[in-house]
Design a protein around this ligand. Structure first.
Ligand SMILES: Nc1ncnc2c1ncn2[C@@H]1O[C@H](COP(=O)(O)OP(=O)(O)OP(=O)(O)O)[C@@H](O)[C@H]1O
Length: 215
């Protein structure tokens, strides 16, 4: 369903990756591995259509994500490694905003369910800036319970999350892939045992220097 074709990414004269091709099928969970600076975030941003590759292209359901941006972004949930939440808004307001961005009507019950799932019931009136790093991260992750998107691209979703929260997320990921969804993530943590089979994909640890093109 998700297909990377011959992708290259060059940053500051360094080839982070080149000729990278792979497919991720419905029902798969993939962990992108690599050292700090290997290019994991760069790859995920390209796969999410937020950055352009230096070469190659990405397809979703056999259609170029550049040409079918609208369709792709309706089917994709991307959560970057920044929490990506408004610190002056409460958790409930942040979630209502995410829900509105999805284009649906406000569904109060779903908002409260998501808040409860991430353990933020009781904190709904506080601005996010008054919450801990892990709680702020949980607001961002609550979108996983609100979104119908089949494709989840998650950059370090487990950062700052406690052990119980990680176990809960792993169960959610397993349920998502069981329902023929896709989870593509990065994490520096060893993933705990999960029902989902996890395919690992490693990026080279030392990006090569780019060879200047001769004209
Ligand atoms: N927009 C950019 N402009 C210039 N250099 C960039 C840009 N984005 C990333 N880089 C560089 O590309 C390299 C890879 O960055 P990236 O964030 O993709 O790595 P990563 O594998 O996700 O690292 P980490 O594990 O530390 O999060 C880094 O050296 C970074 O400085």
């Amino acid at each position: 369903m998700l297909e990377a074709n011959n992708l290259s990414c060059i940053r500051d004269d360094r080839v982070l990756f080149s000729g990278l091709s792979f497919r991720v099928a419905a029902g798969e969970m993939v962990q992108v591995e690599g050292a700090n600076g290997a290019g994991k975030t760069s790859l995920l941003r390209i796969l999410a259509g937020l950055a352009q590759p230096d070469a190659g292209h990405v397809s979703w359901r056999q259609r170029s994500i550049r040409r079918e941006r609208g369709l792709y972004h309706r089917e994709l949930l991307y959560i970057g490694h920044q929490a990506g939440i408004a610190s002056s808004l409460t958790p409930l307001e942040n979630l209502a905003f995410f829900q509105a961005m999805g284009g649906g009507k406000r569904d109060e019950a779903a908002l409260w369910r998501a808040l409860e799932r991430v353990g933020l019931a009781g904190y709904e009136e506080l601005p996010a800036s008054g919450l801990s790093a892990g709680q702020q991260r949980r607001i961002a992750l609550a979108r996983l319970w609100l979104s119908p998107a089949p494709l989840w691209i998650l950059d370090e979703p487990l950062t700052a999350i406690d052990r119980q929260g990680v176990a809960q997320l792993m169960s959610l990921f397993a349920a998502h892939v069981d329902a023929r969804g896709i989870v593509l993530l990065t994490t520096h943590q060893a993933l705990p045992a999960s029902n989902a089979r996890i395919r690992k994909m490693a990026l080279a640890d030392r990006p090569a220097e780019a060879v200047p093109c001769s004209v």
